[in-house]
Design a protein around this ligand. Structure first.
Ligand code: PRT
Ligand code: ZN
Length: 287
């Protein structure tokens, strides 16, 4: 492992690739040569990318070929290598669930007793069955798990669900959600200090990008007599910026509102007498 560069493993092609590259680009990191190569150097940041199948990333990170990696939490837990999950990245969200044919009357986990369950996540399924003292047959299949009940090869499946469309299309219904997953950053636990510090810089940029996308910048006008009430409704980072307008007795207020309670705050502001409300996206948020 080089000391002056962070080697980051990301998925070569698949559901995580675009999100990983987009996140790096939002962090101001561009890639020199394309994904057709095994490796690529970043421009303007001491980073080297290795493009791999997501299944291989935990092993490469454990072995130190890469210092860190981006992949789904589901895959990290399935592979169970000596790596640490250091940050949740908020994309490629999905869940790992148990599903059964929709005509089955599911009566809780006991319905899985002595059944055949097909999965591409045998280790996580084994853990789930053990935790709930269920004895069942695990069929390890690497793809198209959803077709197995229809073919009579399994009674239930344990698989990734996102929109639920694939389950529906195969006459299945989701009966247990076992794990909520999203893309995460993993790293070797014992990185050399120089590499650790590059990783920290990258995480700082990632957090700034995430904070920005969870917040909106809001500008509004208010008459002097409504200022106190309106200020009390604006959460802001510290306190809102207040500037007098050319029109006497009127002020412009600027603040930051979280995406979560955004509409509620807007409704309250309108009711309190705010006018000319403008909402703009924030590109980066350094706090
Ligand atoms: O080639 P490589 O091994 O690198 O890729 P892969 O084929 O193993 O993985 P890929 O690219 O399919 O998925 C990578 C990761 O994306 C997974 O490990 C999850 O963390 C995440 N992810 C998010 C998903 C989905 N959404 C998803 N919908 N992974 C798989 N699916 C599949 C799922 O297996 C099922 O067949 O999509 C189907 C269900 O989707 P819905 O929308 O119909 O419910
Ligand atoms: Zn894979």
């Amino acid at each position: 492992m080089k000391n002056d560069t962070l080697t980051l493993a990301i998925q070569k092609s698949g559901r995580l690739s675009e999100g990983s590259i987009k996140l790096l680009s939002q962090c101001g990191i561009r890639i020199q040569n394309g994904r057709n190569h095994l490796k690529a150097k970043a421009i303007g940041f001491p980073l080297e990318l290795i493009f791999l199948r997501d299944d291989d990333i935990p092993q490469y990170v454990e072995d130190g070929v890469a210092a860190a990696g981006i992949l789904g939490l589901n895959e990290v837990l399935e592979k169970n290598k000596k790596v640490s999950v250091i940050h949740s990245l908020g994309f490629s969200r999905c869940r790992l669930s148990v599903a059964v044919p929709k005509h089955i009357e599911y009566q809780g986990r006991k319905s899985l007793q002595n059944k055949r369950i097909a999965t591409s996540y045998p280790a996580l399924l084994k853990q789930f069955l053990k935790k709930h003292a269920i004895s069942a047959e695990i069929h390890h299949i690497s793809g198209s798990v959803e077709v197995t009940p229809g073919l009579g090869l399994a009674d239930a499946i344990f698989e990734i669900v996102s929109s639920g469309g694939t389950l529906l299309g195969n006459g299945l219904k989701e009966v247990e959600t076992v794990l909520e997953s999203e893309a995460v950053m993993i790293a070797r636990p014992d990185l050399p200090p120089a590499v650790e510090s590059i990783l920290e810089k990258l995480l700082f940029r990632i957090r700034s990008v995430q904070k920005a996308s969870n917040n909106k910048y809001i500008l509004l006008n208010a008459p002097k007599e409504k200022l106190d009430l309106i200020i009390s409704l604006l959460p802001g980072i510290k306190s809102p910026t207040i500037m007098p307008l050319a029109m006497k007795g009127w002020y412009s207020l600027h603040s930051v509102v979280s995406e979560d309670d955004f509409w509620q705050v807007i409704d309250n502001l309108k009711e309190a007498g705010a006018e000319g409300i403008l909402v703009v996206p924030i590109e980066k948020m350094i706090t």
